[in-house]
Ligand binder design. Structure first.
Ligand SMILES: [Zn+2]
Ligand SMILES: [Zn+2]
Length: 159
């Protein structure tokens, strides 16, 4: 079980944000679709709209993106990577990451499931598009919290 603290990266690696996604938010290029996907999830959690726009492929990028004060991103779990890229020279120019992202909206829990498509162009990865499906969750108070802390829901992520 990964122990999460205030400084933990929202993407759930257990690393501090500085050692994890903040590097990419600060300008380093994400080396794999997974790294880009994680850093974009963290950017949603931290409301870094500029980063989201800057990593969105020009053909699908929204004109504008404004922070959403009602959505709290609470946890990420990656289900599948196709192909499973290692760092280093790119082995293909398209990659897919399927994931669950848990969020709370006005005290209600939801799970977003998406298979995101990433393309490698101009020597870097871009988010192209995905197939988002949102499901309302009805957890019980004694279930483990979706944030990955290992604590019961009733003792965690209450705000
Ligand atoms: Zn991260
Ligand atoms: Zn929690």
């Amino acid at each position: 079980m990964i122990s999460l603290t205030e400084k933990s990266c929202p993407c759930g690696t257990g690393l501090s944000t500085d050692l994890c996604c903040a590097r990419y938010h600060n300008g380093e290029l994400a080396p794999t679709p997974e790294a880009l996907m994680r850093s974009r999830y963290s950017a949603f959690a931290l409301n870094l709209c500029d980063y989201l726009l800057a990593t969105w492929h020009v053909s699908t990028r929204p004109v504008d993106l404004s922070p959403d004060p009602y959505t709290q991103w609470k946890g990420l779990s990656i289900i599948k990577k196709v192909p499973d890229f290692k760092e280093g020279p790119s082995q293909a120019d398209v990659g897919y990451i399927q994931f669950f992202a848990y969020f709370k909206e006005r005290a209600r829990w939801h799970r977003l499931e998406e298979n995101s498509r990433f393309v490698f162009e101009q020597s870097r990865w871009w988010y192209m598009d995905g197939t988002p499906k949102v499901m309302r969750l009805k957890p019980r108070r004694n279930d483990s919290c979706f944030c990955g802390s290992g604590r019961k829901l009733k003792l965690c992520c209450k705000e």
